[in-house]
Design a protein around this ligand. Structure first.
Ligand code: HEM
Length: 458
């Protein structure tokens, strides 16, 4: 078979009006139980089907997986105006962040995205570099030679401190006390293997009561933070340009208290776990591939000596860049993207109605052997210029695509690279947790058990 044939779309409709192949042998069988038992296995069974559009039915929802890069591009970029984020996301997260950037639609989304963009300009982000490196060095200072480190909580605390300082300039120690319990409650609520994901928030289950309680505490902290910042702005008249100040500078109609709460929670949810998971997976993979870790250290030593990295140094560190790219391919924290058509559409030759939830899974597309040799292998060196030039657009999209792509992409990539380099300058990481990792599909792709590494001082 020629590469062109291998790369062509897979099975489509043979006669007009055909329906996409479905998961499960019995047509119209509800797939809820199978999703509840093992979401990742559910995705993997879709990946194993020889089809680019696969239908399913979970909790009364008709859904379609789209697994070809051309379909990803069509929905996220080319015809993005025909799609919204959709009911599935609104039902689970709308109550908390429905008026934040991630879920807003139309003109209001456009207005807020434009207002917030300055906090993410390239030059602005470069000024966050020192905080990112300094905070990482502080994390490292808490470790001793031979410590067994539980990576995710360490990286979560690091990325939360960085986010709090750079984007909101708030005292994160205080905010974390109320934020962490809320995030934890939200993680359970959005875990498709947990029944609570399917129970409306109004039903007073223990999980829903916990959400209400933790949310009230978070809102109270937020009220204090907002009051302090408003008082400071009146006293000093000094304009800051972090995200919190940008939001507070909008007029009351554009940014009332509810919107502000949703917006801040959006940034804390979107920017905190995602990067912490990226770093956790990076050390898991580098710990289990000592030869790749050695190559990374050699590059760092050659370019930086023993000094800490700056944003400008990152241009000189191509292997570090490839390591991060490969980590995000294998373990994309945003493991899927959801959309719902706003008018009837045709995708991959199939007619799809406006009630359909579209699942556009990074998890499957990033591990498709049509685009990646040995797709499950950690090979940073695969990312050569030639490979990238040959790779179909949207065979790789850890930050989404089109106008709704991640506003924090540059921030996250810089943060992850500075943190990896700063830690690798100080320690060698030896694997304690070995593959395969057990993963859960919560808001983000998360390990179910602690991921540990032993650190050795260099
Ligand atoms: C490795 C880290 C990250 C990953 C993998 C990631 C992934 C993504 C993806 C895939 C989307 C698009 C979702 C969709 O189209 O439905 C997105 C949107 C978004 N991300 Fe990130 N993200 C990361 C870090 C961050 C950071 C650090 C921030 C903030 C500082 C952030 C803030 C946002 C926001 C606000 C949106 C919504 C943008 C909009 O709709 O206009 N993300 N992210």
């Amino acid at each position: 078979m020629s590469p062109e044939q291998v790369r062509s779309t897979r099975r489509g409709p043979t006669t007009p009006g055909d329906r996409p192949p479905r998961l499960g042998r019995i047509p119209l069988l509800d797939n809820t139980l199978s999703m509840l038992r093992d979401p990742l296995g559910f995705y993997d069974r879709v990946g194993a089907m020889d089809a680019d559009v696969v239908g399913y039915n979970v909790a009364g929802t008709t859904g379609y997986f789209l697994t070809h890069p051309d379909l990803v591009e069509e929905v996220l970029v080319t015809n993005e105006g025909d799609y919204e984020k959709g009911r599935l996301l609104r039902d689970t997260l709308g109550e908390f962040i429905g008026k934040g950037l991630f879920l807003l639609e139309g003109e209001e989304w456009q207005r807020q995205r434009t207002a917030l963009q300055p906090a993410f300009y390239r030059e602005r982000i470069a000024t966050y570099g020192e905080t990112m490196t300094d905070f990482t060095a502080e994390t490292a200072a808490g470790w001793d030679d031979g410590d067994r480190v539980d990576l995710l909580p360490e990286m979560q605390s690091l990325t939360l401190r960085i986010l709090g300082k750079t984007l909101l300039d708030i005292d994160v120690e205080r905010t974390a006390a109320t934020l962490e319990p809320l995030l934890d409650a939200l993680r359970t609520r959005t875990d498709p293997s947990s029944l609570s994901a399917y129970v409306p928030l109004g039903v007073p289950t223990p999980s829903n009561r916990r959400i209400k309680r933790t949310r009230a505490a978070f809102e109270a902290t937020l009220d204090e933070v907002i009051a302090e910042r408003r008082a400071e702005a009146t006293e000093t008249r000094e304009a800051r340009d972090d995200v919190l100040s940008l939001l507070l500078s909008l007029d009351e109609e554009t940014m009332d208290r509810e919107r502000l709460g949703h917006q801040l929670l959006t940034f804390l949810v979107a920017g905190h776990d995602t990067t912490a998971l990226t770093l956790t997976y990076a050390w898991f993979l580098l710990g289990n591939h000592p030869e790749r870790q050695r190559r990374l250290r050699e590059e760092l030593d050659e370019t930086l000596g023993r000094s800490d990295p700056t944003p400008a140094d990152l241009f000189e560190l191509p292997y570090l860049d490839s390591v991060l790219t490969e980590v995000l391919r294998l373990y994309p924290p945003a493991f899927t993207t959801f959309r719902q058509p706003t008018r009837p559409v045709t995708l991959g030759g199939y007619d799809i109605g406006t009630d359909a939830q579209l699942t556009i899974p990074q998890w499957l597309v990033h591990r498709d052997e049509r685009w990646y040799d040995a797709p499950d292998a950690f090979r940073p060196e695969r990312w050569t210029d030639e490979f990238e030039a040959d790779l179909p657009d949207y065979a790789y999209y850890p930050f989404g695509g089109g106008p709704r792509h991640c506003i924090g992409m540059r921030f996250a990539r810089m943060e992850a690279k500075l943190a990896i380099a700063t830690l690798a300058q100080r320690f060698r990481f030896e694997a304690v947790t070995e593959p395969p990792l057990d993963l859960a599909m919560r808001i983000t792709l998360s390990p179910t058990d602690p991921v540990r590494a032993r650190v050795r001082e260099r």
